[in-house]
Design a protein. Structure first.
Length: 418
């Protein structure tokens, strides 16, 4: 395949396909053979050829794609009528190499047959088109405006009914999104790094993955209950202080991330949730009873303000309370397999055969543990590195890994029967 021959490379994190220069040149040669006259070719990338088409309206009925470094063309004024005759046009890709394009009149750049718009991050544009223009772009599939730092508003997309991808990542001035709940085909909505976005966007009820990292959103509203298809919600490094109880009504939500948000109360969670990330929050107490209606398996509260924890939820398998100001060993469920209490204020660990029957990994590194007595047969890994211990700990025979580096232990005695 072309990938095996290093001519193509796929980037799974953003679903891109990268092309080797040699393959790109081969494709350009194929296009060149379509006609000696550039304006009679299906694809244009040369600044000179694009200028001839756009300036003099030549060969517009043959063009399927335009790729242009706009810094190579000076004083080009565009009118939407130029694109109206491009009946086969599918892709517009304008970019800059090292020059700032001071003004973009993108609202007059579009024709209803275009299916992809990609604009360079250097554009100092504040909007794509005016809402008054009532753009009807039924074939538009993608809008990519990544890093357009001055973009403040995405206009109404009522006429863009087949949109599949909207990527506004790192649009640091974006404060407003239009209603998107009519976009039944929407598959990718990327809003990470939209620092001034203050409200949860209105999206289709069946949309599965919503990423709103580094936003100004302060609340997960009651309307969250309508997103019945939502599987993952990520608001890491946002300003969320409150999460509506209605989030517990979502039957498909399996992952919720509120890391480093100023949240003070533990959120109500749906039965379907399996992963909950709350590191760096302001939550001080965690109480999850045996009757809690949840299938939660992973709970991460590293670096939060938790002082007291009582967790009896039998579904939980992985608990991280590292670097929390806990002074007593927390009450945790028997089925827990992995527990991280590194960097806590806990001074004593005493675990009997009956206390935690399935715990396999315990990390207490960097804590204040001085005394350890563990008799559980399930434990395989114990990390007590950089704890102020002076005596070798009492450990179970099942243990496979023991880390005591950085402790004050001077003598270790292990018999054959240990």
């Amino acid at each position: 395949t072309l990938i095996d021959k290093c001519l193509l490379d796929s980037k799974y994190e953003d679903e891109r396909i990268l092309m080797h220069d040699m393959l790109e040149e081969m494709g350009k040669d194929i296009v060149r053979k379509e006609s000696i006259d550039p304006v009679k070719r299906s694809r244009l990338w040369s600044a000179k050829d694009v200028y001839q088409v756009l300036r003099y309206n030549k060969g517009i009925n043959l063009i399927q794609g335009i790729k242009l470094d706009i810094s190579q063309i000076d004083n080009l004024r565009l009118h939407h009528s130029i694109f109206e005759g491009m009946i086969d046009l599918r892709v517009i890709f304008f970019y800059t190499s090292d020059t700032l394009w001071d003004k973009c009149l993108a609202e007059k750049l579009l024709a209803d047959q275009v299916d992809s718009i990609s604009l360079p991050d250097e554009l100092s544009m504040e909007h794509l088109w005016n809402d008054d223009d009532h753009q009807v772009l039924v074939n538009l599939r993608e809008i990519v405006v990544v890093g357009c730092k001055n973009l403040r508003k995405i206009p109404s997309l009522l006429g863009v009914i087949n949109l599949e991808r909207l990527d506004s990542s790192d649009c640091k001035s974006l404060v407003e999104l239009p209603c998107l709940n009519h976009l039944a085909s929407l598959k990718r909505l990327q809003l990470k790094g939209c620092h001034k976005l203050k409200k949860l966007p209105e999206i289709p009820n069946n949309y599965p993955f919503l990423v709103l990292q580094e936003s100004e959103i302060e609340e997960v509203p009651d309307s969250i209950e309508h997103l019945i298809g939502l599987k993952s919600l990520n608001l890491m490094n946002s300003k969320v202080k409150k999460v509506s109880r209605n989030i517990s009504k979502l039957e498909s939500l399996s992952a919720l991330t509120l890391s480093h948000c100023p949240l003070v109360e533990f959120p109500e969670i749906p039965r379907s949730l399996r992963v909950l990330n709350l590191p760096g929050t302001h939550i001080e107490e965690v109480y999850l009873s045996l009757d809690s209606p949840s299938n939660l398996q992973t709970l991460n509260m590293s670096g939060s303000r938790v002082k007291n924890a009582s967790i009896k939820m039998e579904s939980l398998r992985d608990l991280n309370l590292s670097h929390c100001p806990i002074v007593k060993f927390p009450e945790i469920p028997r089925n827990l397999r992995k527990l991280n209490l590194s960097g806590t204020q806990i001074e004593e660990v005493s675990l009997s055969l009956d206390s935690l029957g399935n715990l396999q990994t315990l990390n207490m590194s960097g804590s204040r543990v001085k005394s350890v007595s563990i008799k559980m047969d399930s434990l395989h890994s114990l990390d007590l590195s950089h704890c102020p211990m002076v005596e070798f700990p009492e450990i179970p025979g099942s243990l496979r890994e023991l880390n005591l580096s950085g402790t004050q232990i001077k003598q270790a005695s292990l018999s054959l029967n240990s």
